[in-house]
Ligand binder design. Structure first.
Ligand SMILES: [Zn+2]
Length: 363
């Protein structure tokens, strides 16, 4: 599908070009990190709708770098077939919140930070769990990727801890191993910090937000999950209006199965305490989770202890597990992603027709 791109730079060009075509208001934040060829990197914005709208659908891609190919493709397609936007609403598309990760085919950013574990506004970060500490040598070995019996050891640990607890211990976020997987960082990273400041300027006082954050890699191939948090609207009502199953984020959800520390929605809760917000992580499954973990581990080894060359199998494999090349998968993701944006805008428009006070109170 031609809305999918070969690399971050062509994705950004497509996004900017499609935004220009629609006459969208555009902006861009330059970041200090550089691409593999020394290129400048940026977070890009396109705003369509009323310039001062306070009811806004925010659509984000690429918080997890390499996962951004899918979200970027959805955004390009949304711009190419622009939906109707009600007079007092706006659609804000945020292209690639982690351009370093997308350009280097990494999930983490330039500081090895998993940005979906980075939004912590408390003074202290939690210690890594005893289980993660025990698994650190297995998950994050200090040498380039090679055969070392990883799967056998993983199976041993699966039997020891059980699938759910092991997955939670590995992936919920850790703040103690800076070269490790799922490291959440020690402060708000440059990209998220600049994005936060940009939001404060451009959207200082929203009344209603629906945030859609696109991710890949969780669930069966092509499976769609809508993980709901902040939850201004009850999940069943939201699901009905969006034409999809909406489930609570975190432990109760079968696909995720654990609660993430420092995840993206906390940014909006922190910035806009008086605003009615529904935050949805729009996840698309790709490959079995053990394959995804193995690919993440190998790429992390290659990044820290190899040359980081993008042609290496560890890089290409990571791309495949987060953005499969199969056209059926790509078509489905774009169709579902586009449909959710359309339904989301319909929802905001319909709420605007309700008499004042008919909406649910904010959480
Ligand atoms: Zn993700």
């Amino acid at each position: 599908m031609d809305c999918f791109s070969e690399d971050y730079f062509s994705a950004r060009d497509k996004f900017r070009g499609a935004a220009r075509e629609t006459g969208a208001e555009q902006d861009s934040i330059a970041l200090a990190a550089r691409g593999p060829g020394g290129e400048a990197l940026s977070i890009d914005f396109a705003w369509r709708g009323a310039p001062a709208a306070r009811r806004v659908l925010i659509h984000c891609s690429g918080l997890h770098g390499v996962e951004g190919f899918a979200g970027s493709a959805i955004q390009v397609q949304v711009l190419r077939q622009l939906p109707v936007i009600a007079g007092d609403c706006a659609l804000l598309l945020i292209h690639c919140l982690n351009p370093f990760g997308m350009s280097w085919l990494r999930r983490a950013n330039e500081q090895n930070v998993d940005l979906n574990r980075n939004f912590i506004f408390a003074a202290r970060r939690p210690e890594a769990s005893a289980t993660y500490a025990r698994l650190d040598p297995l998950l994050n070995p200090p040498f380039p990727p090679r055969w070392d019996g990883f799967y056998l050891q993983l199976i041993y640990n699966l039997l020891r801890y059980g699938y759910g607890p092991l997955k939670a211990a590995i992936a919920c976020g850790q703040y103690s191993y800076p070269r490790g997987l799922f490291f959440g960082g020690q402060q708000l990273e440059e990209g998220p910090g600049n994005y936060r400041n940009w939001l404060l300027q451009r959207l200082p006082n929203p009344q209603r937000l629906l945030v859609l954050d696109v991710h890949t890699g969780l669930g069966a191939a092509g499976q769609e999950s809508l993980l709901h948090s902040l939850a201004a609207t009850p999940a069943d009502e939201l699901g009905e209006r969006l034409g999809a199953v909406v489930s609570a984020d975190g432990q109760e959800n079968k696909v995720l199965g654990y609660r993430t520390i420092g995840s993206h929605e906390k940014l909006y809760a922190n910035l806009y305490p008086g605003c009615r917000i529904d935050f949805i992580t729009h996840e698309f499954g790709t490959r079995p989770s053990l394959q995804v973990l193995s690919a993440l581990r190998a790429e992390n080894q290659w990044h820290h202890f190899g040359s980081g060359d993008l042609n290496h199998s560890a890089k290409q494999r990571l791309r495949q597990v987060f953005c499969p090349a199969e056209s059926d998968w790509q078509r489905r993701i774009v169709a579902r992603g586009q449909a959710l944006v359309h339904k989301g805008l319909d929802l905001l428009a319909a709420e605007g027709c309700l008499p004042p006070g008919a909406c649910h109170d904010s959480q």
